[in-house]
Design a protein around this ligand. Structure first.
Ligand code: G3P
Length: 195
């Protein structure tokens, strides 16, 4: 148990690094809280107009999720890797450094699934991409990828990660409450638009 707690703490620590916030500050793009949705993720970094910063945010927020899993798996076992994955996701969404007001976890979700079970990770990426290409809306990509992820996990024989998968799916939906309300109201912005 002590070891599992350690991996939860390491996962949380990695996940709680707000790369979007850090990059926006370092690259002089302003305060993400005052831009677009106010979120710290790649979608909102893109609203600053800087594609490089947005791509880097996506990459690093995904990498921290993957890294947490790979690290735990290398030094412990699969249960530690799953716990580290969940902790990294929660770290991104509820970082102590930002008074627990973090992101929506989508890039981290993609990254941790790629490391947990890369076929599920790839199908999640594909689901996200198809939904975004069709709707041009980042949150629809996120919600679709999350909703389908457990189906992919079962179909691709990753049943051991099913409980984690369901939990992550619910958390992604919970973190997108405001987006879901905007989608219902028809006011959710498309990717690339500034608001
Ligand atoms: O990854 C978060 C995305 O799904 C929505 O971001 O900034 O449009 O709320 P945002």
């Amino acid at each position: 148990t002590a070891q599992l707690i350690l991996w939860a703490v390491i996962g949380y620590g990695l996940g709680s690094i707000p790369f979007g916030m850090i990059l926006a500050r370092l690259m002089g793009l302003g305060n993400l809280r005052e831009i677009g949705s106010g979120n710290i993720g790649a979608t909102n970094v893109l609203r600053t107009g800087n594609k490089t910063a947005a791509a880097l945010t996506l990459l690093l927020d995904a990498a921290k999720g993957a890294f947490a899993v790979l690290l735990a798996r290398a030094y412990a076992a699969e249960d530690a890797a799953q716990l580290a994955a969940l902790a990294a996701f929660l770290g991104h969404c509820y970082p102590v450094w930002l008074r627990f007001r973090g992101g929506k976890g989508v890039a981290t979700f993609i990254g941790l699934w790629l490391a947990l079970a890369w076929p599920v990770g790839l199908t999640n990426c594909a689901t996200w991409l198809v939904a975004v290409l069709v709707t041009r809306t980042s949150s629809v990509g996120a919600l679709s990828a999350a909703a389908f992820s457990t189906i992919w996990a079962v179909l691709l024989g990753q049943g051991t990660a099913l409980i984690l998968g369901i939990l992550l799916t619910l958390l992604v939906f919970w973190r997108h409450r405001a987006n879901i309300a905007r989608l219902k109201a028809g006011t959710e912005p498309r990717i690339g638009s500034k608001s």
